[in-house]
Ligand binder design. Structure first.
Ligand SMILES: *[C@@H]1O[C@H](CO)[C@@H](O)[C@H](O)[C@H]1NC(C)=O
Ligand SMILES: *[C@@H]1O[C@H](CO)[C@@H](O)[C@H](O)[C@H]1NC(C)=O
Length: 441
């Protein structure tokens, strides 16, 4: 049946795009401990520089195993490199033009270990005049040598006349303002919703209060995200607001998925209770959201080049995809039930209305999931680092459209469809339902 093939197509395309998509750039001060590491290449962090970009590198407790005085320590060191030039460097190595990435003329050499002169630590400030997105990479071209060290790296751009430090990557400096703007939008939506609830207080169901809670949580989440990002922008570290941000994003995630399930089941519109299988969906989705949020915290805090980053990213994607598919089931069940009810209870017109509504809702949920999970990630990969914020805006606009659609379609209504329909309409609807039987989801 088509119902089952759609979610699986969705899973496939989501996975495909997400696995292909490159990690977002992170831009905080990072501390990494490297212990007896024999990797020849260790990427650290990625950052979009403007013309006044800087890299501050403080490395301490350097120890080389198997080190002997004959070794050429200029074969070990740090450099900056763009993604494009990295491909060329790899080509150069393959063509045997060079034996070590540090010898390439396409990289920006930051520090080589021959400058250590036996010291076990160094500090360096590197000025990067070229505006581009660079990755900080450590290369060790001596296969016998294992390296241990503590690395603190900070990349930032100087901003404005006062030369204040801006720790957000070039395409992300406007993010605090973007999030704050959307916070204002959702606050107005919440205000509007209160007004609607008050106006239509006689036809308000419990789910309408739940919708209000979801909008409020979304607004608070955006406020914390704005503050978190502006805190990172100023200080380079995330601590302080990120805890609140994670709490609200956790509550928001749970409440949004719960809301989609509740609306999908028709709870409080069509029936005041939940069936067992619908409760089961909630019991699957809520714990999975807990896992997804833990994974999200680890992903954000560790950065794209940490060792377990890929694993956590995969956990997050998998869980997210399962949640997205799980929330579709109640809607499909409701559509089926409505169709059966239409055949048996003779109220074709009412049921057709509800059926149309639920079908629209099904399609809109799929579009929402598809857009926020797939299109946004695709945008991230194709937009230049300078315009990374546009994909955030696109995702937030899609989310906003989804909230507005849900609120509008399921708003409290005085209009009671049971009494206003005459026989003619009833017959037309019954006819439409008959045709409808041929239509598969
Ligand atoms: C440490 O490095 C500095 C130069 O950066 C050098 O003058 C000094 O001699 C070195 N110290 C040792 C103990 O090698
Ligand atoms: C790191 O290195 C920079 C550049 O030399 C220096 O100004 C800064 O004080 C150092 N920071 C720490 C924490 O050592």
């Amino acid at each position: 049946m088509a119902v089952s093939s759609r979610p699986s197509q969705l899973i496939f395309s989501v996975l495909l795009f997400l696995l292909l998509s490159l990690p977002l750039s992170f831009a905080e001060i990072r501390f990494s401990e490297i212990r007896s590491d024999g990797r020849s290449i260790i990427p650290f962090d990625e950052f979009g520089f403007t013309h006044s970009g800087r890299l501050e590198l403080n490395v301490s407790r350097i120890a080389l195993s198997n080190s002997s005085p004959e070794y050429d320590l200029s074969q070990i060191g740090f450099f900056l490199c763009t993604r494009d030039s990295w491909l060329h460097v790899l080509q150069q190595i393959q063509d045997l033009d060079i034996t070590c990435a540090l010898q390439s003329d396409l990289i920006k050499l930051v520090y080589t270990f021959d400058r250590l002169h036996g010291n076990s630590s160094f500090n360096t400030l590197y000025l990067e005049p070229e505006a581009n997105q660079f990755t900080l990479v450590f290369a060790n071209c001596l296969p016998q040598v294992q390296v241990s060290m503590d690395v603190r790296s900070a990349m930032y751009n100087l901003e404005g006349k006062s030369d204040g430090r801006d720790y957000l990557s070039a395409g992300k400096t406007v993010l605090p303002r973007v999030y704050f703007f959307f916070f204002l939008v959702y606050s107005s939506l919440a205000g509007l919703w209160i007004y609607v609830l008050y106006k239509k207080r006689l036809t308000v169901y419990r789910i309408h209060f739940f919708m209000f809670a979801v909008v409020i949580l979304k607004a608070l989440n955006l406020l914390c995200e704005a503050e978190d990002k502006s805190y990172i922008k100023r200080t380079g570290s995330a601590h302080g607001w990120d805890v609140l941000f994670y709490i609200f994003s956790f509550l928001k995630g749970i409440s949004l998925f719960t809301l989609i399930v509740l609306i999908g089941t028709g709870w409080s519109f069509i029936k005041p209770y939940l069936q067992d299988k619908e409760k089961k969906v909630l019991m699957i989705v809520i714990p999975l959201q807990v896992v997804a949020n833990i994974a999200q915290v680890v992903i954000d805090e560790s950065g794209p080049y940490a060792q377990d980053w890929i694993t956590w990213k995969q956990v997050f994607l998998l869980v997210d995809v399962i949640c997205c598919c799980a929330v579709l089931f109640p809607i499909v069940w409701s559509i089926k039930n409505l169709r059966e009810a239409a055949r048996t209870d003779g109220k074709a017109a009412v049921n057709l209305m509800k059926l149309t509504l639920f079908r629209q809702y099904y399609i809109v949920v799929i579009c929402y999931i598809y857009f926020t999970r797939v299109v946004v990630y695709a945008l991230v990969t194709i937009t230049s680092y300078r315009y990374l914020w546009t994909s955030v805006v696109a995702g937030e606009l899609a989310t906003l459209a989804f909230y507005v659609f849900t609120g509008y379609k399921f708003r409290p209504e005085v209009h009671n469809p049971y009494f206003v329909i005459d026989d003619e309409e009833e017959e037309a609807a019954a006819e439409a339902l008959k045709l409808d039987d041929d239509f598969e989801l």
